[in-house]
Unconditional design. Structure first.
Length: 228
């Protein structure tokens, strides 16, 4: 039963993941706020939520099957993708004053993200001593540390700091970065190792590259729209 469920989830996860990777680049490239941007953006969010939910379920199956580290890393990638994916769209629905519902869900997300990020970092540092998968776990665990600052923000401070356009751009880019990273860490691994004959010790490059490029693009968008 578990094996069948695993296959079904993969049949859903993989094609939706590929489609979301393609859809991500259309809103990024077209004029912001245009009908194309809005329409394709909605489809991107839908496909990405399918990817996030199936990835989380797959991480549970990995845990049941005893693949603990794969389960932990995949589950963490699901969380670190889900939060920006959620707020990038949801914050556009907020007025000058956030609803209590939005702020409560935000706090639940940042708490989960920070705690899981610390846990993943410690596993990568202590168990793997920054070797192999441990390098990736430590790197992405650190990316969740800023959530600790957000955890202690008051509603007023958060509203003052997190402008709508900035958070929409930032959340969308981060969710796309996470999607590309997951692709390179799992499915894309075969492309680099088997087809391109990349040495295992250099696999961290395609894993980390999307994050670095994403940070550069976020900085560019902040300057362009003066949202930072």
């Amino acid at each position: 039963m578990i094996e069948l469920l695993d296959k079904i989830l993969l049949w859903i996860h993989i094609p939706f993941g590929m489609v979301s990777l393609i859809l991500f680049w259309i809103p990024v490239g077209v004029q912001k706020g245009s009908p194309m941007h809005r329409k394709v953006g909605r489809w991107y969010f839908f496909t990405m939520w399918v990817v996030v939910v199936t990835a989380f379920l797959l991480s549970i199956i990995n845990l049941i099957n005893g693949n603990v580290m794969s389960a932990v890393f995949l589950g963490f990638l699901s969380i670190i993708t889900a939060y920006p994916l959620w707020y990038s769209n949801e914050i556009l629905q907020q007025g000058r004053a956030w609803t209590d519902r939005y702020f409560t869900i935000r706090r639940l997300f940042v708490t989960t993200l920070f705690v899981s990020g610390v846990g993943v970092f410690l596993v990568g540092a202590l168990r793997y001593q920054f070797q192999g998968l441990g390098t990736m776990m430590a790197f992405f665990g650190i990316l969740a540390f800023p959530a600790g600052r957000d955890l202690f923000m008051t509603k007023a401070n958060a509203m003052n700091r997190e402008q709508r356009l900035k958070m929409h751009v930032k959340g969308t880019i981060i969710s796309g970065v996470a999607a590309h990273t997951a692709f390179f860490a799992f499915g894309g691994r075969r492309i680099f190792v088997d087809m391109l004959q990349m040495d295992q010790q250099y696999m961290f490059i395609p894993w980390i590259a999307p994050t670095l490029l994403g940070l550069v693009y976020i900085g560019y968008m902040r300057r362009k729209y003066k949202t930072g």
